[in-house]
Design a protein around this ligand. Structure first.
Ligand SMILES: [Ca+2]
Ligand SMILES: [Ca+2]
Length: 313
């Protein structure tokens, strides 16, 4: 009987932890209309497309996802957000995403879209490199399935493998380093918008190509955790209905999946100065006015640069 009681207590403990973890996350819906807002096509090149679509199969969040296609070797497609600009690499304690390698994909059998982060390694304000996470590199070719949704923990307590397009720190594609190793090598590193060449903004998100002819990957569920606060980006065809006359109801709806109204960390996330207010309605990914109403806004960063984005392969 004692044993039984202990088991019940243990299960209750697990449930409590799970509930706490869920409450810490915020889900932000990203639609195609967010391009040019918080999300950007960045260094997308001819032949590279990002298409919001229903499915395929059962995406990990909602009903829809984004299909990234690179028809030929010159093609490249990016879907990057700028909301993490100026976030110290060391403050990131979780990152991941989900992929679906379409059965129609050709090319590398374990090839799916990667995660890319534009990074200022030495913290001097200028982005220097791209950091890249590729599931096959971290988990092995056999781990990447075709025709199935898979979720990749690109952090794994700091043990996930990333490579740097310039090979800085000895962390090139052939000799990737763990996230923690890179943070250790470059303690001042931060996500940074680029300023060197006229490529559209964006510094964190999905990348496919160049050199990836025939790749066809659906992506969904980008997760980023900063100082323990998770945000999950759910790519969907339509945003939740705005309810401008009912801020509380709107917040509830927008954050409904996790049942809380204001989980924003109040990082630069809210402070783009793009002039979006509550009255314009929340289209899922826009938290600007909302964050103000809860007094969370801090760390606004006004300047948005343009960047370059060599994939390095
Ligand atoms: Ca720099
Ligand atoms: Ca989705």
């Amino acid at each position: 009987m004692k044993r039984f009681t202990a088991a019940v207590a243990a299960v209750a403990g697990v449930l409590l932890i799970a509930t706490t973890a869920t409450a810490a996350a915020e889900t932000v819906v990203v639609t195609g209309s967010d391009l040019g807002g918080d999300w950007h096509a960045a260094d997308t090149r001819p032949g590279g497309t990002a298409t919001w679509e229903t499915g395929p199969a059962a995406p990990p969040l909602g009903t829809d996802s984004v299909e990234l296609s690179t028809a030929d070797a010159a093609a490249k497609v990016q879907l990057l957000t700028d909301v993490y600009a100026d976030t110290p690499l060391a403050a990131i304690d979780g990152i991941g995403y989900s992929t679906y390698r379409d059965p129609l994909a050709t090319g590398f059998v374990a090839g799916v879209a990667s995660l890319n982060a534009r990074v200022d390694l030495d913290g001097d304000g200028t982005a220097d490199v791209y950091m890249v996470y590729e599931p096959y590199q971290d988990q092995g070719n056999a781990a990447v399935l075709t025709g199935a949704w898979q979720t990749w923990d690109a952090y794994r307590g700091g043990d996930a493998l990333w490579w740097i397009n310039t090979g800085a720190g000895g962390c090139g594609q052939a000799t990737p380093c763990t996230w923690s190793e890179i943070v250790g090598l470059f303690p001042d590193a931060a996500i940074r918008e680029g300023t060197n060449v006229p490529i559209a903004p964006g510094s964190l998100g999905f990348n496919q190509g160049s050199g990836n002819a025939g790749f066809l990957t659906n992506v969904d569920g980008l997760l980023v955790s900063v100082d323990g606060e998770e945000t999950v980006y759910d790519f969907e065809l339509t945003a939740p209905d705005p309810e401008p006359d009912d801020p509380k109801g709107e917040c509830k709806k927008r954050h409904g999946k996790h049942g809380h109204g204001h989980g924003k960390r109040g990082r630069g996330h809210h402070g783009h100065g793009k002039g979006r207010g509550h009255s314009q309605g929340h289209r899922g990914a826009k938290g600007h006015g909302h964050s103000k109403s809860h007094g969370h806004q801090k760390g606004a960063h006004g300047s948005k640069g343009h960047g370059h984005s060599k994939r390095g392969r």
